[in-house]
Design a protein around this ligand. Structure first.
Ligand code: SF4
Length: 138
């Protein structure tokens, strides 16, 4: 499952073919005020048709990180607090450890993602609803 931010959709709307936003929204399996979740098979079709989303590359501010964390926890709560399976956590951990944005020494050794849409620690690996903001894992 892929998570798409409506803020991202708005940011790239003018750079994509007509119908991009509507196609994403229509394909969503479920939505909140900020995000839409798209099944992997639908995502592949959309990505082939419209191209991959554009991602900003600057570090997140403290306010952004707080907002990102709050949003992630609210989504997790709305889904019923599902915990990821051990193999999923391991796959996510390995992806982060190989990522240029991962700072393993930050937050007293808990690590930190440097994506402006994240800033979370490895705790995020355990939330089943989490996705990598750079689309390196789901
Ligand atoms: S969550 Fe994604 S972007 Fe962030 S460190 Fe992990 S792999 Fe990299």
């Amino acid at each position: 499952m892929k998570r798409v931010s409506f803020a991202d959709l708005k940011a790239v709307e003018n750079l994509r073919p007509a119908g991009y936003r509507d196609a994403i929204v229509s394909a969503a399996k479920f939505r909140t005020g900020k995000y839409a979740w798209i099944a992997d098979e639908d995502w592949s079709v959309l990505a082939a048709r419209f191209g991959a989303p554009v991602e900003p590359s600057s570090e997140p501010s403290m306010a952004q990180m707080a907002g990102n964390l709050t949003g992630a926890l609210m989504e997790w709560a709305a889904a019923g607090f599902p915990v990821a399976a051990q193999d999923v956590v391991q796959r996510r951990r390995e992806a982060c450890q190989a990522c240029r944005l991962w700072d393993a020494d930050a937050r007293a050794g808990m690590g930190k993602c440097g994506s402006p849409k994240c800033g979370c620690t490895g705790i995020k690996w355990w939330l089943a609803t989490s996705v990598c903001p750079e689309r390196k894992w789901v």
